[in-house]
Design a protein around this ligand. Structure first.
Ligand SMILES: Nc1nc2c(ncn2[C@@H]2O[C@H](COP(=O)(O)OP(=O)(O)OP(=O)(O)O)[C@@H](O)[C@H]2O)c(=O)[nH]1
Ligand SMILES: [Mg+2]
Length: 371
């Protein structure tokens, strides 16, 4: 969008340090929040470059839904496959967003075909671009067919039928009614879509252009309609004793809050990013941290908007916060009495020895290299 912060101008609020801005590639994840209607969103923007895959893996362990972006011109990349696999392993719903639809070489239909070939028939178009390249003007939703879509990049009625067939297939009564000619209404379709996305049976495809802003509000509307709200997500994991532990993501439950990223910032130094699955964190409270014997006093909580941090007194299930300068926290640490399993990162392929240039620099040098 004209004048909006963006990667090319080095003004993106998701690229925090100079190296990220200069190269136009995120190295670590950034967190932003926004309000849309009644909904509060927390987004984690992860690095797309394969060298920085750790940021994406950490984020997948911290979110309730993944929107995986595919460049409309470049198509499916190695990292796209990794992100889809990580999201599947994390058991979270997946959506595909075909981005840069204003690109002259954008080809929605071709990318959609590649996605179906790669991830199967569960991949269905939920949005269709109206126009492509420089003539892109909007996106049309395949649920309620509000648009006169003569210039849609694929037949919108066909996309609608494909979606409806996929959805009624999951419900016997609806299937019988469908064959008798009774169509589910748009609200019923959204309800079904939410269920099948949560079950991983359907991966809806959306499209957008960040440059023109096309598809961005429809993305938020779609997330409101079909992404799970934190309170609707029940997480299960195996405890160290081999027991199945269930976490209801409720503000009044026991605290379960993993650290999914640690960033070393030149001003506040070590900043630990925490997703609160359950319970409420309050500043100054004493809290258990996995791997640490005594309870530790929690440093002030910070709400994140890219590189901006704002102190807050408390935060509850569903939120993402950061704390500064807590040496006991590492990626994969969990706060609270429910000790979460560690985040599984791939084995490093290269080892590296480091040494400080001067005495007294050991800790900061180590922190910079290990986080
Ligand atoms: N034409 C066009 N260019 C875009 C659009 N969105 C981003 N770009 C350009 O693409 C380049 C890379 O930006 P992005 O792909 O958004 O960067 P990113 O996804 O944060 O990259 P990583 O951090 O490496 O994952 C920049 O030059 C952007 O200006 C878009 O919608 N249309
Ligand atoms: Mg980026």
């Amino acid at each position: 969008m004209h004048g909006a912060p963006n990667v090319a101008d080095q003004t993106s609020i998701c690229d925090l340090d100079e190296e990220e801005k200069t190269h136009g590639h995120s190295i670590e994840s950034a967190v932003v929040h926004l309000r849309h209607g009644q909904a509060n969103f927390n987004f984690i923007d992860t690095p797309g470059y394969s060298d920085f895959i750790g940021g994406m893996i950490g984020a997948m362990a911290a979110v309730d839904c993944a929107v995986i972006c595919i460049n409309a011109h470049a198509g499916i990349q190695l990292n796209t496959r990794c992100a889809m696999k990580e999201a599947e392993q994390a058991g979270i719903p997946r959506m595909i967003m075909i981005t840069k639809m204003d690109d002259p070489q954008a080809d929605y239909k071709a990318i959609l075909g590649m996605c179906r070939d790669t991830w199967g028939n569960g991949v269905v178009p939920l949005q269709v671009p109206l126009g492509e390249g420089s003539s892109l003007r909007d996106v049309a939703c395949a649920i309620d067919l509000q648009f006169e879509a003569r210039d849609a990049a694929m037949n919108l009625v066909h996309a609608h039928e494909q979606l409806v067939e996929k959805l009624v297939d999951t419900d016997e009564t609806l299937m019988e009614q469908y064959f008798e000619g009774v169509m589910p209404d748009a609200d019923e379709l959204r309800r079904l879509l939410k269920q099948v996305i949560a079950a991983g049976a359907v991966i809806p495809v959306l499209c957008s252009s960040a440059t023109t802003g096309v598809g961005l509000l429809p993305l938020l509307d779609t997330l409101v309609d079909v992404a799970p709200k934190p309170a609707e997500v029940v997480r299960q994991f195996l405890s160290a004793d081999g027991e199945i532990v269930t976490i209801d993501q409720a503000a009044d439950g026991p605290v379960a809050a993993p650290v999914f990223q640690v960033r070393v910032d030149p001003f506040v130094q070590k900043l630990s990013y925490i997703r609160i699955f359950s319970g409420t964190l309050c500043k100054d409270q004493s809290i258990h941290i996995s791997g640490v014997r005594k309870e530790v006093k929690l440093h002030p909580l910070l709400r994140l908007q890219g590189e901006q941090t704002k102190p807050i007194d408390s935060a509850s299930a569903g939120e993402i916060v950061a704390v500064a300068k807590m040496e006991d926290l590492h990626v994969g640490s969990s706060l609270g009495d429910l000790e979460l399993p560690p985040i599984a990162f791939p084995e490093p392929m290269v080892g590296l020895a480091i040494s400080p240039t001067k005495r007294g620099d050991e800790i900061s040098c180590l922190l910079r290299c290990t986080n």
